[in-house]
Design a protein around this ligand. Structure first.
Ligand SMILES: Nc1ncnc2c1ncn2[C@@H]1O[C@H](COP(=O)(O)OP(=O)(O)OP(=O)(O)O)[C@@H](O)[C@H]1O
Length: 258
């Protein structure tokens, strides 16, 4: 299969080498080697079933034990795809935001502090500081600062998703994985989540799976195109969208399949 993977020549946040993911008899990701530059947004695009979510979930060891993940995932010079590496520690550094907002049925405040307390942070000044900083980073603070004890379930869908982003940021991760974070949101909430992502790039590396090609071209610096479980093309987003090297990428972005 024709492929084109551009070298970034940038400092990397994480990289996979020959990654493959197998569910029982069904191999969903094949021989995928990709580099994710630090403090950039990389979009993973491709048709339904092309393996985008499966690949993303392997980056912070979200797959359960029944799923086989072969190959290397290099993070800070360590292959984190080794059984001896604790997946809970990995997830503190590499957070995940899901497609549907999934706040806890707790107050806004407790959504943020829950994981912190579980990780032994109990000093109330530190907790208050993290609540404020995380909500500000997720562009939600101004809307909720007077209502921190309100149930998160009373927020709108878009606010709930930004709360989930704040919750992921409260542990000060290095990388944020986002699986279709705006697909359940209306256009105004989507724009707020995208604006939040653009701001976060300064401090975080973001990898986003999206069906929405306009979204990929609006928010991302780099784009990886997946087809049938393989990386077909990886390059700067403008190059992927304007001058794709591979015919299959061109067909996909021009709407000829998918
Ligand atoms: N938990 C699972 N168990 C078995 N097979 C799975 C599981 N999750 C995904 N698959 C299979 O892996 C392949 C890739 O699915 P995946 O969800 O990663 O694709 P995707 O590109 O993210 O699709 P979509 O855009 O529809 O979410 C598909 O064939 C799918 O049926």
């Amino acid at each position: 299969m024709d492929t084109f993977i551009a070298p970034t020549n940038l400092e990397l946040a994480i990289e996979t080498k020959n990654l493959e993911v197998i569910y029982g008899d069904n191999q969903a990701v094949f021989d995928s080697s990709l580099e994710f530059p630090r403090h950039k947004i990389t979009a993973i695009i491709g048709a339904s079933g092309s393996g985008k979510s499966t690949y993303l979930r392997s980056l912070n060891r979200m797959h359960d034990k029944s799923v086989t993940v072969n190959g290397q995932i290099i993070y800070r010079s360590v292959d984190i795809n080794q059984p001896k590496i604790n997946e809970y520690e990995v997830r503190k550094q590499i957070g995940m935001v899901f497609q549907r907002p999934n706040p806890f049925a707790k107050s806004i405040r407790n959504n943020i502090t829950f994981a912190l307390k579980k990780n032994g942070i109990t000093d109330s000044r530190v907790l208050e500081e993290r609540i404020e900083t995380s909500l500000k980073e997720a562009a939600l603070w101004d809307e909720v600062k007077d209502d921190l004890d309100k149930s998160a379930l009373e927020l709108s869908g878009g606010q709930q998703q930004r709360l989930c982003i704040a919750r992921s940021l409260s542990l000060r991760p290095d990388i944020l994985l986002m699986d279709e974070p705006a697909s359940a949101l209306d256009p105004i909430s989507t724009e707020k989540v995208e604006a939040t992502m653009r701001k976060l790039r300064k401090d975080y590396t973001i990898i986003i799976v999206t069906h929405n090609m306009q979204q990929a071209s609006r928010v991302s610096d780099y784009t990886a195109f997946f087809h049938q479980g393989r990386v077909i093309e990886f390059n700067r987003t403008q190059d992927v969208f304007q001058t794709p090297h591979v015919k299959m990428t061109e067909d996909y972005i021009s709407g000829n399949f998918g």
